[in-house]
Design a protein around this ligand. Structure first.
Ligand SMILES: [Zn+2]
Length: 169
C-alpha cells in the first residue's frame, strides 16, 4: 500500500500496515498508519462530495492568490531541519532536509538546488554546493522532500540557505 506524509507529502510504499507509528525520513513527522476501512455507498458519496467542494474552495483561494502576485516565486525551496553527522575522519558535515514546492497551478521542471553557507558575520563561507532536485517535474501544488549532505565541513557555519537554479515551465 502507498502512504503519504501529511506534513511534507513524501510518498512511501509499505508491504503491510505497521503496528507501530511510522516516522517520515524527510521531515520527521510521526503518525499511525490506519487500516483502510470498508466504506459503505453513502460514505463514499459524501466523501466525494466533500472532496469536490474543497477542490472548488481551494481553486478559488489559489486563483485569488495567484492574481495578486502572478510572477512571484512560483517555486519555493525551504529548509526544514539540519543535522550534524561526522565523516570517516570525524569531521562534521551538515545534513540538510527540506521541501521543494510548486505554488502555482502549472507544471514546472524542477531546478537544481543550491546551498550556501554563511558565518556569524553574515559572510558566505565555503563554495556554493549544487545538487539534483528530488524529482524531474513538479505538478501544480506539488511538494517534494530533499536531503543533502554538504561536502564542506560544518566548522564556522552559522546560517544555511537553499536557492533554486534555473528552471522552466
Ligand atoms: Zn514528511
Amino acid at each position: 500500500m502507498k502512504i503519504k506524509c501529511n506534513f511534507c507529502k513524501t510518498e512511501y510504499t509499505l508491504s503491510k500496515i505497521p503496528a507501530m507509528p511510522v516516522k517520515c525520513a524527510i521531515c520527521g513527522h510521526t503518525w499511525m498508519v490506519k487500516t483502510p476501512a470498508r466504506r459503505n455507498q453513502l460514505f463514499v458519496f459524501l466523501a466525494a462530495l466533500c472532496a469536490l467542494l474543497s477542490a472548488v474552495i481551494f481553486s478559488v483561494v489559489v486563483v485569488t492568490h495567484y492574481r495578486k502576485s502572478p510572477d512571484k516565486d512560483p517555486l519555493v525551496a525551504s529548509i526544514i531541519k539540519t543535522e550534524l553527522a561526522p565523516d570517516g575522519n570525524g569531521v562534521n558535515h551538515f545534513i540538510v532536509s527540506g521541501i521543494l514546492e510548486n505554488r502555482t497551478e502549472e507544471i514546472y521542471g524542477a531546478p537544481n538546488l543550491i546551498i550556501e553557507t554563511y558565518d556569524a558575520n553574515g559572510k558566505q563561507i565555503n563554495s556554493s554546493e549544487q545538487f539534483n532536485p528530488p524529482v524531474t517535474l513538479l505538478d501544480a501544488g506539488a511538494r517534494a522532500g530533499f536531503v543533502y549532505t554538504l561536502r564542506a565541513p560544518s566548522a564556522g557555519v552559522k546560517k544555511i540557505v537553499v536557492k533554486l537554479g534555473d528552471f522552466a515551465k
